[in-house]
Design a protein around this ligand. Structure first.
Ligand SMILES: Cc1cc2nc3c(=O)[nH]c(=O)nc-3n(C[C@H](O)[C@H](O)[C@H](O)COP(=O)(O)OP(=O)(O)OC[C@H]3O[C@@H](n4cnc5c(N)ncnc54)[C@H](O)[C@@H]3O)c2cc1C
Ligand SMILES: NC(=O)c1ccc[n+]([C@@H]2O[C@H](COP(=O)([O-])OP(=O)(O)OC[C@H]3O[C@@H](n4cnc5c(N)ncnc54)[C@H](OP(=O)(O)O)[C@@H]3O)[C@@H](O)[C@H]2O)c1
Length: 537
């Protein structure tokens, strides 16, 4: 990693000498953007693999954990198993294979504490832009620094909003702008906007006398006990929320415009058999992990190769869990094939249990408009237009995609438009040096891919160290051929943001394989020099 080290006053042991409140230095060898699951995992690996180098993590929010800190709605949990959503180097040993958001947040924080990452995170640091200089082989990164008390000040303003005239309110302090240079820039900034979820405008929303909430900003004071709740949507958010809300609410209606495939899975790992208990813990971890990888891969491959069989399998799972006469075709039979969109899971059949108990129901219809007493539906497919009564409406309508946390990239002053770039092995952009990003799998746990990206980056940096290279960049293929968006699901949130996504090609190394074992070969054991990577000093 010769190129990432700059003759500077920054101590080589900065990672260990620094404390979380210290200012960001002027230069670090590696800058990681984001302290979520990916950023913490990536930073932990790089700190361990390159103990003599300087590394900082800049995090826009004032908390660690990303997704698992932001989302606080009732029942928030993983929808892939924790044995693969957890890090390969710090196995998830809890018996819960589907874990609540809070447990995942704690796991990320504990990992950061144990690995020393907690000391190198700078909170309230939002990266705005980054420019690569070929002459210096350095990124110059512009960061907006927001004081920790600003979030509290904003909250106080909100509390007072009802009683204080807007002109009297103290305006939030403007962020301070700083720059930092780094040899390698790693964007672990997730894939969606943190400040707002996707909220379509429904006609008549202001007429509604109840409360409308978006799951991304769940209010602390919302108590649904004894109230009628309508959840609009049937993505993973709705499938999670409905049974959780049904535990308290008078009734929950999941109002879906179109159905989703829903699969019940056990929330806990089965008790290990005797021989398992006799195995060393590391082997048990590996077996559990590979079993999960195998199951997910099998389900995905079976869906792609025999969609009709998979549809029948999923349908029979639903039918078995619902009372006779339930209209499975209407409410659980999507028009697309399994895995054209992410499959939703309901741990231990919680959604079906709520439907059986009558605490929840499903309406499959379009929203016509909001009315004072609830939501009026269109009355599609021979149904009657009618009002679904509600005291609370939850718009579980999804996310807004955002790439690289909104940071603008440029190379020698020329703006980089990611949407026109090909991705290399799903983690670098063609012709953009010393820049990596963390986008995980859509058909398996996110972290599986991020672990491979971390390993590859370590290999690449070691190689550069040995040869004295200061930069590495994948060079654009001479013939591009057909290209596709990086994420090729048909889900609404992907369709809405497709124009922002970088492209992938049809063959290696420009293809993002949604296939972990294949990526293990391509990322861990492939040649670093033969796959179109250019190096320079
Ligand atoms: C509710 C929900 C549930 C999910 N469940 C699963 C699941 O069960 N399994 C699965 O595989 N995937 C799941 N996903 C996908 C999920 O996002 C990933 O699994 C994973 O948590 C992403 O981690 P990350 O660190 O890459 O991104 P994030 O968790 O989004 O963290 C990104 C961090 O970067 C920071 N950041 C962003 N922009 C900037 C900037 N410009 N400057 C500085 N900091 C910045 C953010 O503040 C944030 O802390 C889920 C997604 C959601 C929304
Ligand atoms: N761990 C978890 O359990 C978990 C929880 C939440 C989210 N996630 C992840 O986060 C991502 C987003 O999930 P999500 O459920 O929030 O969003 P989503 O998958 O995009 O689902 C949004 C839902 O809202 C509906 N919708 C959107 N606009 C609408 C409108 N105008 N009128 C009526 N319905 C409308 C969509 O209907 P159509 O299908 O008809 O478009 C869909 O059912 C996914 O990657 C998911 O895996 C995971």
């Amino acid at each position: 990693m010769t190129g990432t080290t700059r003759a500077s006053s920054t101590p080589a042991s900065w990672a260990r000498a620094t404390a979380a409140g210290d200012p960001l230095p002027e230069h670090v060898d590696v800058l990681v953007v984001g302290a979520g699951l990916s950023g913490v995992g990536m930073a932990a690996r790089l700190l361990r693999d390159f103990p003599g180098r300087t590394l900082a993590v800049v995090e826009a929010r004032h908390a660690m954990g990303g997704t698992w800190d932001l989302f606080r709605y009732p029942g928030v949990r993983s929808d892939s198993d924790m044995f693969t959503l957890g890090y390969a180097d710090r196995p998830w040993r809890d018996r819960r294979s589907i874990a609540p958001g809070e447990a995942i947040r704690d796991y990320v924080r504990d990992t950061a504490d144990e690995s020393g990452v907690a000391d190198v995170v700078r909170y309230g640091h939002r990266v705005v832009s980054a420019d690569w200089s070929s002459a210096e082989a350095l990124w110059t990164v512009t960061v907006d620094v927001e004081a920790a008390d600003r979030a509290e000040a904003d909250a106080r303003v909100d509390d007072r909003a009802a009683t204080v005239d807007a002109t009297d309110r103290p305006g939030p302090a403007a962020p301070r702008r700083v720059t930092v240079t780094c040899g390698v820039l790693v964007a672990c900034s997730g894939y969606y906007r943190y400040d707002e979820g996707y909220t379509p405008v429904f006609t008549g929303q202001d007429d509604f006398t109840g409360r409308v909430v978006h799951p991304q900003h769940w209010p602390d004071d919302l108590d649904v006990t004894g109230r009628r709740v309508v959840v609009i949507g049937s993505g993973a958010t709705a499938i999670t929320l409905v049974p959780a809300l049904a535990e308290r609410a008078e009734h929950v209606t999941m109002l879906q415009r179109s159905p989703t495939y829903v699969l019940s899975l056990p929330s806990r790992r089965r008790r290990p058999r005797l021989w398992r208990r006799l195995l060393p813990v590391g082997i048990d971890d590996a077996l559990t992990r590979w079993r999960s990888i195998g199951m997910a891969l099998l389900s995905y491959q079976a869906s792609r190769r025999s969609p009709a069989r998979m549809k029948a399998f999923l349908r029979s799972g639903v039918e078995r869990r619902l009372p006779e006469g339930f209209d499975v075709d209407r409410h659980f039979q999507p028009s697309y094939d399994p895995w054209d969109q992410r499959l939703c899971i309901t741990p231990d059949g919680a959604l079906f249990a709520a439907l059986r108990a009558g605490t929840a129901s499903i309406v499959t219809d379009g929203v016509e408009r909001f009315v004072p007493e609830g939501v009026r539906v269109e009355g599609r497919d021979g149904q009657e237009a009618r009002v679904v009564p509600a005291d609370v409406v939850v718009t579980a309508t999804g996310l807004n995609l955002l790439l690289f946390g909104g940071m603008r990239l440029s190379v020698d002053g020329a703006p980089v438009d990611p949407a026109t770039k090909l991705t290399y092995k799903g983690f670098m952009l063609a012709d953009v040096p010393n820049f990596a990003f963390a986008i995980g799998y859509t058909n398996a746990s996110w972290t599986l891919k991020i672990d491979l990206v971390g390993r590859y980056l370590s290999r690449l940096l070691r190689h550069m160290d040995r040869r004295g290279w200061r930069w590495a960049a994948p060079s654009s293929p001479t013939r591009e051929g057909r290209t596709m968006p990086l994420i090729d699901l048909s889900s609404g949130y992907v369709a809405r943001g497709r124009h922002l996504l970088p492209r992938q090609g049809v063959r290696a190394p420009w293809r993002m394989h949604q296939n972990y074992p294949r990526d293990v070969l391509s990322m861990r054991f492939s040649s670093l020099t033969r796959d179109g990577m250019r190096f320079g000093r």
